[in-house]
Design a protein around this ligand. Structure first.
Ligand SMILES: C[S@@+](CC[C@H](N)C(=O)[O-])C[C@H]1O[C@@H](n2cnc3c(N)ncnc32)[C@H](O)[C@@H]1O
Length: 302
């Protein structure tokens, strides 16, 4: 079994919010290398169940091996937005808790073969699911200047998006941009925040924000009364989606403010448990620098 160094972020806090019944049924949408899934299993009795999934084939294979002797867990290689399909296959109609720890794992970041790192020479790929057709390289070598600028602005929140897009177009006239270092060198004179451009391409290639929105809505449909949803995010775009989605689900009326009486059928489906997001302690940050942007939001089905 390959060695993987990964410390699960906000582990105790996640488990405290998530687990309300030690014999319950739980879903981990971002299995990765099994850090949080292992924590959930530690807290479940023999009759508890956990369904975990990851789009990344390496993560799936690794965790399948890791948990092969524990029959409380079933492991899938699906996108978490297919939670409804997985649940049908497993004949599960409701969960006591649904969890996701978004983004990429330390293994994906540290392993040049997975193409997520921009600190090492690697193919400019950025697909979590390698069966998807379009890579980041395809995008930077074929999209128009305007399309590239939009992606970099929208998903990387980078103000110099037009300038960067122009530079990409100029470069590819003479040489295709194929590696992480090709792109990294090209943009380093324009922005010190290179990660924003890689983040933008990664979000676009994996359609991460749409997957998250779909997952959140389907998850609320699938929670028991009193069931919990716990999500860890690592950047403001993800956090905003979770925050807005919880807020919308908590509302019991969406009529315009000037309506004298409520005319809508909106029902409140969630009670928000974290008015402000939970962030890692100083101690956790000292041990795991990758936890620095983490935010935990939790809510309960009503
Ligand atoms: C931060 S890591 C999770 C680490 C895990 N909690 C652990 O402790 O080992 C995020 C994982 O989610 C996976 N992932 C991201 N988006 C996904 C999606 N839409 N569906 C399924 N897996 C996804 C990534 O491939 C990655 O392995």
């Amino acid at each position: 079994m390959m060695k993987v160094h990964h410390s699960p972020v906000l582990l105790n806090e996640s488990l405290e919010f998530l687990i309300t019944d030690k014999s319950g049924v739980y879903f981990d949408g971002t299995l990765g290398f099994g850090g949080h899934s292992q924590g959930i299993l530690h807290n479940l009795k023999n009759d508890g169940r956990l369904i975990s999934t990851d789009v990344d084939r390496d993560a799936f294979n690794f965790s399948k091996e890791k948990f092969k002797t524990d029959d409380r867990i079933k492991i899938y290689n699906f996108n978490f937005m297919q939670i409804d399909i997985i649940s049908k296959i497993e004949s599960i109609s409701n969960y006591n808790g649904i969890f996701a720890d978004l983004g990429v794992s330390s293994f994906q970041l540290d392993n040049p073969d997975s193409g997520f790192t921009y600190r090492m020479e690697a193919k400019l790929d950025l697909r979590m699911d390698k069966s998807k057709v379009v890579t980041a390289s395809d995008i930077v070598n074929s999209f128009s200047e305007e399309e590239l600028a939009d992606i970099i602005y929208k998903f990387g929140e980078e103000k110099n998006s037009r300038h960067i897009a122009r530079k990409i177009i100029d470069r590819r006239k003479t040489k295709k941009i194929e590696s992480t270092t090709d792109l990294s060198e090209l943009i380093s004179s324009i922005t010190p925040f290179k990660y924003r451009i890689f983040q933008a391409l990664r979000i676009y290639v994996n359609d991460e924000l749409e997957a998250l929105k779909t997952f959140l809505t389907k998850s609320v449909d699938l929670l028991n009364n009193g069931g919990r949803i716990v999500i860890l995010t690592y950047h403001s775009l993800e956090d905003r989606i979770v925050k807005e989605s919880f807020k919308y689900e908590a509302l019991d009326c969406i009529c315009p403010k000037d309506f004298p009486v409520c005319k809508c059928d909106k029902e409140s489906r969630l009670r928000i448990l974290t008015r402000k997001p939970i962030t890692p302690s100083e101690e956790e940050l000292q041990n795991n620098i990758r936890a620095r942007s983490a935010k935990l939001r939790a809510a309960e089905r009503i």
